[in-house]
Design a protein around this ligand. Structure first.
Ligand code: ADP
Length: 451
């Protein structure tokens, strides 16, 4: 079992991990940059180490500094959270070679699934349905165009190394293709240092539905139902819910089975997410598998009653899963809104700064995961998240009512936030009806079409 754990992250996810460790009796070490010395995660941890200047490349991404901090403090495990080094196979490898338990899957799995073209090819071999497209990465623009003609336009050109919505371009027609290819490649080079691309058919109005997976190191794998993450802006998730309004019990059973099969096909362990696109006819297609804990994991926790971080820690320590698939029960409905310091009037531009006043919501069915307090200065160097508000209710109707009430209770002064966006969205007739797709925010004006 893990004795002492280094949290190689910051913000709300660092707090979330520290809380799980506290409950399990695991000693904790917080790491922080010079910009985060006053952060709550530093105060919550038993020990803390400053690992470098504000720039992430010199602190939260600095493998050398993180390993040194773990050695100096005598830690035996590292949790990477999400973002930063969470999906770095190299980091996982370096942890292992320093006898540190990496809380996540094996480096080989991170490498395989982190290459989306390779993951796609692996899933095709395992008989998992994928969106029609190229077998793996394409050699060049010409081959990409050939594949695109075969599958038919519109197509989406995607970076094999992609993540966070970067390195993706839609080509509506053959004329668009060269530009889409070149832009996706340039963006991928700049963001990931790699230019490999693959091509898929661009589905018109799919929903993003992902299955949460848990696997131990003894070959047991189960799924914890789905999350619907269709409300997106520029391919980035804003709202997530579980269960999906579009998934019946029968469909859940089928998607779950395919997700477990996909994870088993690569010998997966730890928490993971198998992402699918679900079309209007109820067909679903594998998109990618994420090998980390995700931002939206709390909605799954609310409906299953499980603590996913504790599960990750137990699995990493070598324990067997304590439950079987038939023990997993989904209770009620949960919705999460990501509240960011962004200016909705200026195209959701990040607006870091000092939070002068803050009142976070509470009451029945409300959970808030946040590292922000009144007087806290949101640094400009990292993401602009202020809080995740999660509402749980007996059914979707109650979850919606609780979320609206919670959003109205919440006060954030000093920086603009996405609160007004969420407050409107939660009153939008199509959202209320559960009738959305990943194109919702392109199709609808969230400001004017309010119920
Ligand atoms: P990333 O790893 O950058 O998050 P994903 O492959 O997970 O990229 O895709 C992110 C989002 O992009 C999806 O949730 C969906 O909205 C959109 N998308 C990706 N592939 C397709 C596709 N083939 N057809 C339609 N939309 C897609």
């Amino acid at each position: 079992m893990i004795r002492k754990l280094v949290v190689a992250n910051r913000g709300e996810i660092a707090l979330r991990i520290l809380r799980a460790c506290e409950e399990l009796g695991i000693a904790t070490v917080a790491l922080h940059s010079e910009a985060d010395a006053e952060s709550l995660h530093v105060r919550f941890a038993r020990e803390s180490v400053c690992i470098g200047p504000p720039a992430a490349s010199r602190s939260y991404l600095n493998i050398h500094a993180i390993i040194s901090a773990a050695e100096v403090t005598g830690a035996d495990a590292v949790h990477p959270g999400y973002g930063f080094l969470a999906e770095s196979a190299q980091f996982a490898e370096v942890c292992q070679s320093h006898d540190l338990v990496f809380v996540g899957p094996d480096p080989s799995m991170i490498r395989l699934l982190g290459d989306k073209a390779l993951a796609r090819a692996t899933m095709v071999k395992a008989g998992v349905p994928v969106v029609p497209g190229s077998d793996g990465a394409v050699a060049d623009e010409l081959e990409g165009l050939r594949v695109a003609r075969e599958i038919g336009f519109p197509v989406i050109v995607k970076a094999a190394a992609g993540g966070g919505g970067k390195g993706m371009r839609v080509a509506a027609s053959e004329e668009d293709f060269p530009r889409a290819y070149a832009t996706a490649q340039a963006e991928s080079q700049a963001a990931f240092g790699k230019g490999e691309l693959y091509v898929e058919r661009y589905l018109a109005r799919p929903r993003h539905v992902e299955m949460q997976i848990l696997g131990d190191k003894h070959g047991n794998i189960l799924h914890l139902g789905e999350r619907d993450c269709s409300i997106q802006r520029r391919h980035q998730k804003l709202v997530e819910e579980s269960p999906s309004p579009a998934v019946s019990e029968a469909l859940r059973a089928r998607m779950g089975e395919v997700a477990v099969h996909a994870a088993a096909a690569v010998g997966y362990h730890s928490a993971g997410t198998v992402e699918f696109l679900l079309d209007e006819d109820g067909r679903f297609y594998f998109m990618e598998m994420n090998t980390r804990i995700q931002v939206e994991h709390p909605v799954t926790e609310m409906v299953t009653g499980l603590d996913l971080i504790k599960e990750q820690l137990r699995i990493a320590g070598g324990e067997r899963l304590a439950l079987r698939q038939e023990d997993v029960r989904l209770r009620g409905h949960a919705i999460e809104c990501r509240i960011n310091a962004e200016d909705t009037e200026r195209d959701f531009m990040p607006a870091p700064g000092k939070v002068v006043a803050l009142h976070l919501p509470g009451g029945p069915g409300i959970r808030v995961d946040s590292h922000v307090y009144a007087g806290y200065e949101i640094p400009p160097y990292y993401d602009s998240m202020i809080a995740k508000i999660i509402a749980h209710g007996a059914d979707r109707q109650e979850a919606l009512e609780r979320m609206r009430r919670a959003l109205d209770e919440c006060v954030i002064e000093g920086v603009p936030s996405t609160l007004p966006f969420h407050a409107r969205l939660l009153r939008h007739p199509r959202f209320i009806a559960g009738d959305v797709s990943t194109r919702f925010l392109e199709d609808e004006d969230w400001r004017t079409t309010v119920a």
